[in-house]
Ligand binder design. Structure first.
Ligand SMILES: [Zn+2]
Ligand SMILES: [Zn+2]
Length: 210
């Protein structure tokens, strides 16, 4: 899918797969670069609602092209590839895997939710419980990418609801890209409000641009 070379049944050939941009040493909570992999100052000063973030790659070329190919060009074969790559990360056991929900209008337009495709494929592989409707999107918020960073937290406030009783449960949130983390944090807040004891972000790509 990247170099046009032979890759058998895989979407990427082995050299392209091993060339995807690695994340530097990072904060276990937010996955931003942090020397020695220590919890970063921002997470210490103002802890987010999520407890940990596992991210596969930097959101840079060519990982960004793959993420966009799934989301905007419907390259659905990438979902099992991403899921397989996540599953190789020795993920902790969780009670539920919840995909970042799309607003129904956005879902109707796109035809699929890329986060749900990844999460479903991951659960098929790991045997974890896939909560397709673990969370709902109440508002079709302005695309976060179109907003200045400081407005992103406000943009997503009140955007989600959760109808499940998550009392005492560990939950994983699956999304394709984590940028400021504002959207994941808002959803983690709602899941904690529903009783979740622990919320982890499992994302494909982490943008570290500030
Ligand atoms: Zn290749
Ligand atoms: Zn951090």
């Amino acid at each position: 899918m990247l170099c046009g070379g032979h890759s058998g049944i895989e979407v990427l050939c082995a050299p392209c797969a091993s060339d995807l941009p690695r994340l530097p040493e990072r904060c276990p909570r937010c996955a931003l670069p942090s020397p020695g992999g220590a919890t970063c100052g921002a997470c210490l000063a103002d802890p987010p609602y999520f407890d940990a973030t596992r991210a596969l790659w930097l959101y840079e070329f060519p990982c960004d092209r793959l993420v966009q190919a799934l989301k905007y060009r419907g390259a659905l074969a990438l979902a099992p590839f991403f899921a397989h790559s996540l599953a190789e990360q020795s993920l902790p056991a969780v009670a539920l895997v919840v995909p970042m929900p799309l607003h129904p209008a956005r879902l109707a337009q796109r035809g699929f939710n890329q986060a749900a495709e990844i999460a479903r494929s991951l659960c098929r592989r790991t045997g974890s419980a896939f909560a397709a409707r673990g969370a709902r999107r109440l508002r079709d918020t302005a695309a976060q990418a179109d907003l200045p960073y400081e407005e992103r937290t406000r943009n997503v406030q009140g955007a989600f609801a959760c109808d499940l009783d998550l009392s005492g449960k560990a939950v994983a949130l699956v999304d394709d890209v984590m940028t400021t983390g504002a959207t994941l944090n808002e959803l983690a807040k709602v899941l904690k409000g529903a009783g979740a004891a622990r919320v982890e972000n499992w994302v494909i790509a982490r943008s570290v641009l500030r």
